[in-house]
Design a protein around this ligand. Structure first.
Ligand code: 9MG
Length: 264
């Protein structure tokens, strides 16, 4: 899954992809490099980021989704928590909803259910603006994540979103300390009990920056290491900025894993 941020304050793209033309070029590059899904987002969800008014999100996201659907043969995912945007992008041909708030905004559950699209449910506590203020859990982080996702799955099923439509995400970097993130990656197999596909996003995140002492533009090697580990631990969809090197890293990982499958 290649990331296409259409936010002026995007922490990794420096806001260069807010224009339709830049979005088109960036999408073309992501797909040429091997992405199967493009994740379009009009709200920055990095720690401390302000929310975005609905109208602004619509202006940013909708034209880009329409252009991608018209011009590219790719699955277009939309990173949104707003029920109105879910309905509108589904009508425009988007193929997936990626909600970091797990359909908790008023009306989001019903709107997502009505689209018939696959939905990614992610673990987070609170809001991006405040989530990194001393996150604390009374249970081991992997138990908290599994319990949260289990209850979100049940909530979706009650609202008419079948399990087949759901994808789960442990939410690396969302309301988690560095220690939570490292432990969660080591314990990702706990999520296998939920028997749903897993989406994982760690590309260029602060867990890389803090561990290695690297700025945002220097986090590719660390991000590749994490992508490889996520695949080894059962990740199905890897959400990244740097598609070409990640595809090579993942394909290499798969070749090794496949040898074990073939010869055991
Ligand atoms: C929008 N966004 C930013 N980081 C993310 C992550 O780790 N997972 C998902 N599903 N979306 C994310």
């Amino acid at each position: 899954m290649g990331i296409l941020n259409v936010t002026p304050d995007s922490f990794s793209d420096g806001g260069h992809h807010d224009a339709l033309d830049a979005a088109r070029r960036h999408a073309e590059r992501l797909l040429t490099e091997g992405a199967a899904i493009i994740d379009v987002g009009g709200e920055s969800t990095r720690p401390g980021a302000e929310g975005v008014p609905l109208e602004r999100e619509r202006e940013r996201v909708l034209p880009v989704v329409e252009m991608l659907v018209r011009e590219f043969d790719a699955l277009v995912s939309v990173d949104t928590s707003a029920p109105e945007i879910m309905t509108e992008v589904a009508a425009a041909g988007a193929g997936m909803i990626n909600d970091v708030r797990s359909l908790t905004r008023p009306g989001a559950l019903e709107a997502a259910a009505a689209t018939d699209l696959p939905v990614c449910l992610m673990h987070m506590l609170g809001e991006p603006q405040t989530m990194q203020r001393a996150p604390h859990y009374d249970q081991p982080i992997e138990t908290a994540v599994v319990d949260f996702l289990e209850s979100q799955i049940a909530r979706c099923e009650r609202a008419g979103i079948s399990r087949e439509r759901l994808i789960l995400d442990p939410g690396f970097g969302f309301a988690k300390t560095l220690e939570h993130n490292l432990r969660l990656l080591n314990r990702m197999d706990a999520l296998e009990a939920l028997e749903l596909p897993l989406l994982v996003g760690m590309s260029r995140k602060s867990m890389v920056g803090k561990t290695l002492g690297r700025g945002v533009d220097e986090r590719l090697p660390g991000s590749l290491a994490l992508a490889v580990m996520a695949v080894e631990r059962g990740g199905h969809i890897i959400r990244v900025h740097d598609v070409a090197p990640t595809v090579d890293a993942v394909n290499m990982t798969w070749a090794v894993l496949q040898e074990r499958i073939d010869h055991e």
